[in-house]
Design a protein. Structure first.
Ligand SMILES: CC(C)(COP(=O)(O)OP(=O)(O)OC[C@H]1O[C@@H](n2cnc3c(N)ncnc32)[C@H](O)[C@@H]1OP(=O)(O)O)[C@@H](O)C(=O)NCCC(=O)NCCS
Length: 205
């Protein structure tokens, strides 16, 4: 007699991905700064705003492609509409060695693209004072791992042609990534199945 198995959730089912707020990874940056990295949720608006406030006009422009003096409420609402499936965000904050206040150090996020079940748009931001220490790469690797776990096969990144740090970051993680020019932006497609160079995180307890 055939045994009937109960329906198992498919690996791609949204309900299989509640936001896991307890999973935190500690990483040491090139200059010794320790950062705690974990998933962000809808309640993290104050953290996202604090990180945005630390961005220079150039970084804001490179991230949003327009000068943004302040983060409006509708923008913040979009950035915090995180559901752990269609929209996933991973944030980093510093862990001060001798007390003191943590700094919102950076965030990487993906939004699934309409009409493409296995692709998502990705963005990474590191506050200016902590750039060039390897955090961008760590965050991109973390969000790529999270995307791959959720069945995403390609990350699409829109990058200004003069954004050398982001272009280098993409080449590091996927040297074969291809781009086309669209509305003055490079549109890169980063493959998550082509042997992308992902670091395997050690999860903190
Ligand atoms: C892009 C960004 C996230 C990189 O973050 P980061 O923490 O500085 O990146 P890393 O330290 O991991 O360095 C990544 C690569 O960029 C290079 N890089 C970083 N800053 C650079 C700079 N100012 N000039 C040239 N190269 C730079 C690094 O040398 C490294 O390349 P390598 O591995 O070949 O040596 C950061 O510059 C940023 O937040 N910029 C503003 C927002 C933005 O542009 N986001 C991307 C939109 S999708």
């Amino acid at each position: 007699m055939a045994v009937a198995f109960p329906d198992r959730p498919r690996s791609t089912a949204p309900r299989a991905w509640p936001l896991d707020r307890r999973r935190v990874v500690l990483r040491r940056l090139a200059d010794g700064t320790v950062v705690a990295i974990g998933h962000l949720g809808p309640g993290d608006g104050p953290r996202i705003r604090a990180g945005f406030e630390r961005l220079s006009p150039t970084s804001r422009y490179r991230r949003f492609f327009t000068p943004i003096p302040r983060l409006s409420e509708p923008m913040l609402a979009r950035l915090t509409a995180i559901d752990g499936w269609r929209h996933v965000a991973i944030g980093a904050e510093t862990v001060p060695a001798f007390g003191g206040h943590p700094i919102e150090a950076g965030v990487a996020r993906f939004h699934r693209l309409d009409g493409r079940a296995d692709a998502a748009e990705v963005a990474v931001t590191v506050v200016d004072e902590l750039q060039r220490r390897g955090l961008g790469r760590i965050l991109l690797e973390e969000i790529a791992s999270a995307a791959r776990e959720r069945g995403i096969r390609s990350l699409v990144a829109n990058v200004l042609p003069e954004n050398e740090p982001m272009l280098r970051l993409i080449r590091r993680i996927d040297p074969d990534a291809v781009a086309h020019l669209e509305d003055g932006l490079y549109v890169y497609e980063i493959s998550l199945v082509r042997g992308v160079r992902l670091w395997t995180p050690r999860r903190a307890a």
